[in-house]
Design a protein around this ligand. Structure first.
Ligand code: PLP
Length: 370
């Protein structure tokens, strides 16, 4: 006898039961063994500033209270930091949370949404969950293809286009003149979700000036990467006030937690620590690049906290290298879309983690070549 239960909506019934990421914890459970180096999720192994940890410790006994659902103090601090109005800022549960709401705001059933083939998978997940139809544009020379994206937007009359700059998984970036030309050519009826998760580690030239009068651009950033607070789940978007106000209609007003508000404000206030992390990330990128070269592989230029390494053969070979690294307790990831999939992606880690990677990579390569 089939069990009777309420039917899911047609949208939910049609969705696959897949998740965009299998976390390292799930992999550790499946292996029955912990990873020795955690270099796969682009977190910041350097962690948050000591001043942030102190602020969180100090606030711990206040956690019985609900958070301020307006995120007022954090929004005010962000507005001051970026010299924009408080009504130009919305805070959410990481960039992932902000992207989910943006999808709900702009995607109607079956509507086209343009992104790059192999770009950030959580965005695709939200598009699917909103009933949108993804229009993926291949990367060109390991960069998101601005002309290709624009062409697809116009051809599909898409209301939404996603661009990550710098991008994940390749680490590439565009600079202001190219980005502004792209934005200028976008139809006013197309919203650009500009994901700047790695904005802090990018050269200043990769971040066009903020323009909150531009109603079709949403700039989205996070405390998860350079600020070292991935577990606290705080991201934010900056944009034109009326568009930002629309987030109030559907956002989870208590979704951001009180500890996160405390941590993010303290992190924003400690720009010296951020600067020190940015320097350490640059050093770590160089280290990963030289490890790659020592093994005859090609590191790609990166403006992020990771380095993507071309393994010099096809996706099947890179997958073997990945599996051999995982088997050697080195948690890394790789791009999945064809052509990009010839690479593996290594997050900057602590010195001892990169030492471990340097030791294990030659063994993984040898095993993959057998
Ligand atoms: C890591 C990452 C995110 C996730 O950010 P959260 O604020 O932790 O949700 C979003 N976009 C890109 C491109 C990323 O690499």
């Amino acid at each position: 006898m089939p069990v009777k239960r309420p039917a899911f909506t047609p949208l939910i019934a049609a969705l696959p039961s897949t998740v965009p990421f299998v976390g390292p914890e799930a992999q550790e459970r499946a292996r029955g063994r912990l990873f020795h180096a955690r270099l796969g999720a682009n977190e910041s192994s350097f962690g948050p500033a000591p001043s942030v940890i102190a602020a969180m410790q100090n606030a711990a006994d206040q956690m019985w209270k609900y958070c301020d659902p307006d995120n007022y103090d954090l929004k005010a601090a962000l507005a001051a930091h970026y010299s924009v109005g408080i009504d130009n800022v919305v805070v959410g549960e990481g960039i992932d949370g902000v992207l989910g709401i943006a999808c709900r705001l702009f995607i109607g059933e079956g509507e086209p949404v343009v992104t790059s083939l192999g770009a950030y998978p959580t965005f695709n997940f939200h598009v699917a969950g909103s009933g949108g139809r993804l229009v993926p544009v291949p990367f060109k020379d390991d960069h998101e293809d601005l002309d290709g994206l624009l062409k697809a937007v116009k051809h599909e009359k898409a209301r939404l286009v996603y661009l990550s700059n710098p991008d994940n998984p390749m680490g590439s970036w565009w600079e202001t003149p190219d980005l502004l030309a792209f934005i200028d050519k976008l139809p006013a009826t197309t919203m650009l979700l500009l994901d700047e998760a790695y904005g802090e580690t990018a050269p200043a030239a990769a971040l066009p000036p903020l323009d909150v009068n531009r109603a079709n651009v949403l700039r989205i950033r996070t405390f998860s990467k350079a600020y070292g607070l991935a577990g606290i789940r705080i991201g934010y978007a900056i944009g034109e006030a009326e568009m930002i106000r629309a987030f109030e209609k559907v956002r989870n007003h208590y979704g951001v937690n009180k500890m996160g508000q405390v941590a993010a404000q303290a992190a924003l206030a400690d720009q010296d620590y951020l600067a020190s992390v940015v320097t350490r990330v640059a050093t770590g990128r160089e280290r990963i690049a030289s490890i790659a070269r020592e093994n005859g592989l090609t590191p790609l230029p990166s403006a992020t906290n990771f380095v993507t390494i071309d393994c010099g053969a096809d996706g099947g070979f890179a997958k073997k290298v990945l599996d051999e690294l995982l088997a050697r307790d080195c948690f890394v990831r790789k791009p999945m879309a064809p052509v990009l999939d010839r690479c593996i992606r290594i997050s900057v880690g602590l010195d001892h983690e990169l030492d471990f990677f340097a030791e294990e990579l030659p063994k993984a390569l040898a095993a993959a070549r057998q």
